[in-house]
Design a protein around this ligand. Structure first.
Ligand code: GDP
Length: 199
């Protein structure tokens, strides 16, 4: 049965390890810097306008948000990082939550990291890429805001992202524009293929 993306529902906002669902459904996790367009990527994937919240107050999101897609798998919105104005206490809360998340092999089945196609990944992005790599789970990188690049910038920017995040050739790097829809089908195919293989 094909997955019906229209059947997407918000199910839970988890602030501690005990609140993460452990029901053996695939969990596709999205991570990225605040403002990279993580909510917009999720909305674009589902072809929804305001499903995952766009432009939520940066740094106010020390929760892991779970969306259930057609009863088949979860899209998991990990809290954004790298926002300068966040208090130390909030940064520590974020780090603790992420440690709990990545320490539990029962949770994530596929990791997706969103970066900004325009920029060299930051030190925080590199740390996140390492967490994904060390998880031993499959992961891919989505280079969002592609529409903001000139054609001639695309290849060198993608190469810089791959090099900076130390992605080996097994890691997919998907050029994407949440604004224009470019890359949507490639990312969707990756997720649906993953979900199907976990059945
Ligand atoms: P989040 O904090 O990572 O969830 O980021 P949001 O989804 O709230 O997006 C942050 C800002 O970037 C918003 O103003 C979006 O409209 C904008 N944005 C997101 N994706 C794209 C994209 O692909 N292209 C362009 N031009 N803007 C984008």
């Amino acid at each position: 049965m094909p997955v019906n993306l229209q059947k997407a529902e918000f199910v839970r906002s988890a602030a501690k390890a005990g609140d993460f669902p452990r029901d053996r459904l695939p969990q596709v996790a999205f991570a990225g810097r605040s403002n990279v367009g993580k909510s917009s990527v999720i909305n674009r994937l589902l072809n929804r306008k305001n499903f995952a919240r766009v432009g939520a107050a940066p740094g106010k999101t020390t929760h892991v948000n779970y969306f259930l897609i057609d009863g088949a798998f979860y899209l998991v919105d990990l809290p954004g990082y790298g926002y300068a104005k966040v208090s130390l206490a909030e940064k520590q809360r974020w780090a603790r939550l992420m440690e709990e998340w990545f320490a539990d092999p029962e949770l994530m089945t596929l990791g997706l990291m969103i970066v900004d196609a325009r920029h060299k990944p930051t030190a925080d992005d590199c740390t996140m890429a390492r967490w994904f790599r060390d998880s031993g789970k499959p992961f891919a990188v989505v280079a969002n805001k592609l529409d903001k690049l000139r054609k001639s910038e695309i290849a060198p920017n993608l190469a810089r992202i791959r090099e900076t995040l130390e992605l080996d050739e097994t890691v997919r790097l998907i050029p994407f524009s949440a604004e224009k829809g470019e890359g949507r089908q490639a990312l969707l195919d990756l997720i649906l293929d993953h979900a199907r293989r976990q059945e």
